[in-house]
Design a protein around this ligand. Structure first.
Ligand SMILES: Cc1cc2nc3c(=O)[nH]c(=O)nc-3n(C[C@H](O)[C@H](O)[C@H](O)COP(=O)(O)OP(=O)(O)OC[C@H]3O[C@@H](n4cnc5c(N)ncnc54)[C@H](O)[C@@H]3O)c2cc1C
Length: 476
């Protein structure tokens, strides 16, 4: 697609080929925090919005609700949301701006009240799982002028709770379907480990496996004795892995054993870079604690690990951390109620610097049993949903292409990133936008305040007014 086919942002609003007069229809995919905020913004402006949510409202946040959050309430709400909630319930009490939140507090203090406001509730369709989004007439490979593509509507195919399929047409689509439900595979190189796929399927309907396999740090505080004498494996390098390992150390400590398998190399300072000027104390606390734990308990090779039954009085074996390790196998033993896990350690070789006679070390493999496994490797994008649309993404990070340059150019904390150019929120599909966590793909440190800026910019395109900003216009 040539640049000439993409209209300039400077074009007068009336001439703008994306914007549509009311009553235009908008489909929002995903009733998470950003889907709800986008719905509110659209309804406030007078659009007909349908908000599709595959489960319950804020379904993904519910999965990790016991987890502490890094950003205080200040960054977790919009003025528009606040106004809508207060209008509905003048007695609603919001937390102080600087108050740190858990996912559960965010739900209770803001997200659920937001879902109950008239503007959101009337648009919300729970148990509506979107299966695909395409243009009404043109598939992706059809060679038509971009203006024709832009004038074409969208078909959203969705499934209800009974599995029946339906379809509706819309003028605009905002994809805010997140990434949390798309866990990265657990094996080496990003492939699924042996036994992983059936285990994931079984976990969705088997409470025993669900109780033993976790995708965020479990709620150790709720019942610390439940974890005593149990063997726990944490796999991952994400902040959630840090959370699981440090919380276990702090809350369970005395009984049991923790192995932390990190799927990448570990430097002498630890795994997580920490900025001296970090503005989020909760983040600094967590990452410092994780680095300290890694420095203290690191084992060079998998073969040095000591299993719990041979641990005796060796208190050093209580927590053991290994680098460059993934799963080769994971099988559930229903009789013993534990996982049989194959761990595989590979060696990170810098081929630029090795001597000619260098012999590549063999991978090291061990088979262990664990009562609990926490997989915290991060998430990836479900690209199938919009396969028939032109949605360029970075092949490495799966972040939206339009976001890549500004993200790479940004030197400071991601929390301070500002959307200063509406083009960063645009896609070649014109009336289709990707918002929230999904737009950042595998990039870590997506923050809610960035999604709120994307909503503002998407509606600048939708309305055709370059200076539209309800957050700034609203007097609260
Ligand atoms: C443990 C943890 C702590 C975090 N802490 C912070 C923090 O401190 N500050 C911060 O700013 N961010 C934090 N985040 C990031 C957080 O995930 C986001 O801010 C926020 O949840 C992303 O919102 P979202 O609406 O983009 O996506 P999600 O919350 O993932 O919502 C997506 C929604 O889309 C629905 N959906 C998915 N597919 C479909 C489909 N096909 N059809 C219909 N519906 C669908 C899902 O069910 C879900 O409800 C944290 C994340 C985690 C996991």
């Amino acid at each position: 697609m040539s640049q000439e086919q993409i209209p300039n942002w400077d074009r007068p609003a009336a001439d703008h080929p994306i914007a549509l007069e009311f009553p235009a229809t908008i489909a929002v995919i995903g009733g998470g925090p950003i889907g709800m905020e986008a719905t509110l913004y659209g309804r406030f402006l007078g659009y007909e919005v349908t908000l599709f949510e595959q489960g319950e409202v804020a379904d993904n946040v519910r999965q990790w609700q016991h987890a502490p959050m890094w950003t205080p309430f200040q960054y977790l709400h919009s003025r528009l949301g606040r106004l809508a909630i207060t209008t509905q319930n003048p007695k609603h009490v919001f937390p102080e701006l600087q108050c740190e939140q858990t996912g559960e507090q965010w739900l209770r203090n803001y997200l659920l009240p937001l879902a109950e406001t008239d503007l959101v509730a009337k648009s919300l369709r729970t148990q509506h799982r979107v299966l695909s989004v395409s243009r009404c007439h043109y598939s992706k490979q059809q060679a038509v002028p971009i203006e024709s593509r832009w004038q074409d509507g969208f078909v959203v195919v969705w499934q209800d709770a009974d599995g029946s399929e339906h379809r509706d047409t819309f003028d605009f689509v905002l994809d805010a379907s997140g990434t949390f439900h798309q866990q990265q595979p657990w094996g080496v190189g990003g492939s699924p480990a042996e036994g992983e796929t059936p285990l994931r399927i079984a976990r969705s309907h088997d409470p025993e496996r669900r109780d033993a396999l976790h995708f965020v740090a479990p709620d150790f505080a709720a019942n610390p004795s439940r974890w005593k004498d149990s063997r726990i494996l944490v796999l991952g390098d994400s902040p959630q892995a840090a959370q699981a390992a440090t919380q276990w150390t702090r809350l369970v400590g005395d009984g049991g054993q923790l192995v932390w398998a990190v799927p990448q190399s570990i430097g002498s300072d630890g795994l997580y870079p920490i900025s001296a000027s970090d503005r989020l104390p909760a983040r600094t606390r967590l990452l410092n604690a994780a680095n300290e734990l890694i420095r203290k308990h690191r084992r060079q090779s998998l073969t040095e690990l000591v299993p719990m039954e041979r641990m005796g009085c060796d208190s050093n074996a209580k927590i053991q951390v290994v680098a460059n390790t993934n799963l080769s196998t994971i099988l559930w033993d229903g009789q013993q109620k534990c996982f049989k896990v194959g761990l595989l350690q590979w060696f990170d070789v810098n081929w630029d610097t090795v001597p000619d006679d260098f012999e590549e070390p063999d991978d090291v493999a061990v088979m262990w049993e664990f009562d609990h496994v926490v997989v915290a490797l991060g998430h990836r994008v479900d690209e199938g949903l919009t396969r028939e649309l032109i949605v360029p993404r970075c092949p490495q990070t799966e972040a939206m292409d339009s976001l890549l340059k500004p993200l790479l150019a940004h030197r400071g904390d991601r929390l301070d990133f500002e959307f200063t150019d509406p083009c960063w929120t645009r896609t070649p599909e014109g009336r289709f936008f990707v918002l929230g966590a999904k737009s950042f793909g595998r990039h870590p440190n997506y923050f809610h305040r960035l999604g709120l800026q994307q909503i503002r910019d998407a509606f600048r395109w939708i309305v055709g007014r370059a200076n539209l900003d309800l957050e700034q216009t609203l007097q609260i």
